[in-house]
Write a protein that binds this ligand. Structure first.
Ligand code: NAP
Length: 276
């Protein structure tokens, strides 16, 4: 049976490298991207299938889930990698702060819609978080940063990447599916290019960045290692399990409350089937 991986944010940077390496290892790869030309170019290069979707629109994310469900009878691994920083406070057509939607809500909608296909394959979900999550502050009454400092996008980004860990752990606890959040490293990619502060930070610290290929390595490891030998929900700092995280990331009440809050934002059922 084909091993099928769905990789989001696969049109560029880390995700494109993940898609390429998985194809090299004989995985069948669904290459999900927003930019049609880049997405098709990556898919063409690796013999994968392109899927175009703008995560800033939840109707497109639900459409993507439908397309994937029709195309594949099972999904072995979903890599929730699309995301990034949003420099100016802005909101999606769905009414959500854009950083939260791009990094957390869209991936959660996609994942929840694909749970039956993932369960069918005893599948795994990998979530690209960031070490910046350690600076994240979760306010369940203001996940969209309507009243808090936006900090050129860095505060909502840090909170969203902490949210990625909380969501990944909630998924593990609710469904029994293997679910691992990971920090890929400080990676040379398209990240931060749209933001002035991002470009400034890059100018000062670009020399510390690793290649996109090196940033993809931990994700590929998590996809392609049959037995990881760690507890479900473990956070990986690169290839290292149990990397340092925000104390809130281990708070079971916060994990549950965060899930309930984001589920209510995007009309998802809070109770999901459990893997056998
Ligand atoms: N670079 C780092 O140092 C670093 C560190 C920690 C975590 N991360 C995380 O790693 C992930 C990959 O980022 P990267 O560094 O590879 O940056 P990148 O080169 O900018 O790639 C970002 C990917 O996400 C996709 N994307 C962004 N917004 C989207 C949207 N609204 N709808 C659909 N797709 C969207 C992009 O699609 P298009 O190109 O088609 O628009 C692209 O494929 C992100 O979640 C990022 O937050 C990066």
């Amino acid at each position: 049976m084909d091993r099928i991986a769905v990789v989001t944010g696969a049109s560029n940077g880390i995700g494109a490298e993940v898609a390429e390496e998985l194809a090299r290892r004989s995985w069948r790869v669904a290459v999900v991207g927003r930019n049609p030309e880049r997405t098709k170019a990556v898919a063409g290069k690796i013999g994968g299938t392109p899927f175009i979707c703008d995560f800033d629109r939840l109707d497109e994310v639900r459409g993507l889930a439908q397309e994937l469900s029709t195309r594949f009878d099972h999904i072995d691994v979903l890599v929730n990698n699309a995301g990034g920083i949003v420099a100016k406070r802005s909101f999606s057509v769905d009414g959500h702060e854009l950083t939260l939607q791009r990094n957390v809500l869209a991936g959660a909608v996609l994942t929840e819609e694909l749970i039956p296909h993932l369960i069918a394959a005893r599948g795994r979900v990998i979530h690209t978080s960031s070490m910046v999550s350690r600076l994240g502050r979760i306010d369940l009454d203001d996940l969209g940063f309507t009243t808090r400092r936006y900090g050129a996008g860095w505060w909502p980004y840090a909170a969203a990447k902490l949210g990625v860990i909380l969501y990944a752990r909630s998924l593990a606890q609710r469904t029994g599916l293997e679910s691992y959040p990971v920090h890929p490293g400080y990676v040379r990619s398209g990240f931060g290019a749209e933001s002035r502060s991002g470009r400034m930070i890059l100018a000062l610290s670009g020399w510390m960045q690793i290649s996109a290929e090196a940033g993809a390595a931990p994700l590929v490891h998590l996809v392609d290692t049959p037995e990881l030998g760690v507890a479900n929900g473990t956070y990986f700092d690169g290839l290292t399990p149990d990397g340092p995280t925000h104390p809130g990331a281990a708070d079971v009440d916060l994990i549950r409350a965060y899930w309930r809050k984001i589920a209510s934002f995007v009309d998802l059922s809070v109770d999901q089937p459990h893997a056998p």
